[in-house]
Design a protein around this ligand. Sequence first.
Ligand code: GRF
Length: 232
Amino acid sequence: MSRERPTGKVRQEKLRVGVLASGRGSNLQAIIDAIEAGRLDARITVVLSNKKDAQALDRARRHGLTDVFFDPKPYAGQVDGRDAYDRAVLDVLRKYDVELVLLAGYMRIVTPVLIRAYKDRIMNIHPSLLPAFPGLEVQKKAVDWGAKIAGCTVHFVTEGVDEGPIIIQAAVPILEGDSAQTLSARILQQEHRIYPRAVQLYAEGRLRVEGRRVCVAGASDTEMGALVSPSS
Ligand code: GRF
């Protein structure tokens, strides 16, 4: 389907997306569901995992998508093993003509090999309001810190981990009595809303990276915009 974009560009074909995932794959599922529901003008051409038994690969297969397990073990002993692995991943992404790469619970640090080849074309979803709480187990860190607002962030991937320009964030209140688990579950619901939105904005040619900032063309803060507040 082609559509007139606010930028004036017309896409003749659906955006070709590649998803890298290591585990459960609920964000992958949210992307698949949005595509199947017609809310996302994209096509997943490949789902790649570094984990053979990743549930994400099962989800891909169930929806008739191409799934690839790419074993990191043979690269582990090599001096530039991480780069070599990412060069091989890059070959897979190119083979499947991927335009935009989505990290969805991908538990590897992506090297400059991929980041430079896909500059401003790799997105990640992170379960905190960056720049607060980068890294791992961040829902627990937010609860332990006594923060009142947590949330999630979709951002472009740059060479600094969890540091790239922010596309969309959703705020999630931390309630009295919240544990890392209960908070994670509520954040996850918001992740599933904002990731497909971010990809749709990209598909519509509405995202422009200017330094640290991502400008969203034609967006108000509440409708298809860059902020999802608890009530929206
Ligand atoms: C999500 O919380 C995401 O924010 C983080 O890893 C988790 C992946 O979950 N990067 P899933 O595999 O998408 O269910």
